[in-house]
Design a protein around this ligand. Sequence first.
Ligand SMILES: Nc1nc2c(ncn2[C@@H]2O[C@H](COP(=O)(O)OP(=O)(O)OP(=O)(O)O)[C@@H](O)[C@H]2O)c(=O)[nH]1
Ligand SMILES: [Mg+2]
Ligand SMILES: [Zn+2]
Length: 313
Amino acid sequence: MIERAAPTLPGDAIGLVIAHLGKSLAVETARGELLVCQSRRRIIDVAVGDRVQVEATSPDSGVVTAVLPRSTELLRPARGGRTRTVAANIQHVWVVLAVAPEPDFLLVDQILAVSEHRGIAGGLLINKVDLGGDRTRLDVEVRNYAAAGYPVLEVSARAGVGLASLQQRLHSTCSMLAGQSGVGKSSLTNALIPDRSLRVNELSAKSGLGRHTTTTATLYHLPGSGDLIDSPGVTVFGLAQMNGRDIAHGYREFRDFIGRCRFNDCRHLDDMGCAVREAVAAGHLSEARHARYRKLLEKGVSAAFLTSAQPPG
Ligand SMILES: Nc1nc2c(ncn2[C@@H]2O[C@H](COP(=O)(O)OP(=O)(O)OP(=O)(O)O)[C@@H](O)[C@H]2O)c(=O)[nH]1
Ligand SMILES: [Mg+2]
Ligand SMILES: [Zn+2]
């Protein structure tokens, strides 16, 4: 039997937050030990992917004393006009879609727009390609995303299709799987991380939270190098801290046209001389994407468009 050494952390050591467990955090130390940690009260927003300073208080637990600066952060709106960090230090977000459940492209657009805004590369994973079913609408939309420059991979967690090319994409980087419930994010994670269930069991045992740990965003190490975060399904993502201009830029294919609009404060809706609208009318941009842009803009931020946006140039 291998005797497990107690963590011998000299004062503070650096750890990686691999999951939020209700009020506590699962932190992995540099030696690979898993500590269930509380955070000091002044540390309010810690997320999966964060690098933290941690003090071990027992072989299984510790205290997070500081959060190190982040390279990226993916934010969502929270109560009281605040924001919440979904994940920190990720370089890629893959939105997972499938022929069933029926895709919500407004949700896809939100996740991609927020990622654009945060300097995180987006992409699409079309899962369950082993299933039959009518893919007409899915294919039309997917072509639009591909034309906008997003990588699109067809995969099947069940049949093992496309997993090798996905693995290549995930190599040496930190990626998150996002999207609706039931599209197969956890199934893909399972297919890519051989010891995933071991990790989940360890988390459940140490936190005493049982099944709960599988409903929180959790970071796994990929074989070789790179990390993968499996996140719980969402129905709405929100557009934290984004004004109208940010949303327009979040539709990345609009950017080629935005500078050619007649007016600096063009909202790219029905504005006179709008190059984006003209490109939609001419078939250079997707009408469906533009209709959803309109929806997002009119929903939350139209008033903020003029007040908080800076004119270009
Ligand atoms: N046919 C088929 N079914 C799949 C595939 N991947 C996942 N499923 C099924 O889809 C269902 C949902 O899969 P999950 O992996 O739990 O989906 P999820 O995206 O993690 O869902 P949430 O955790 O609720 O957000 C399960 O019944 C899976 O067996 C696939 O490639 N093909
Ligand atoms: Mg899941
Ligand atoms: Zn315009």
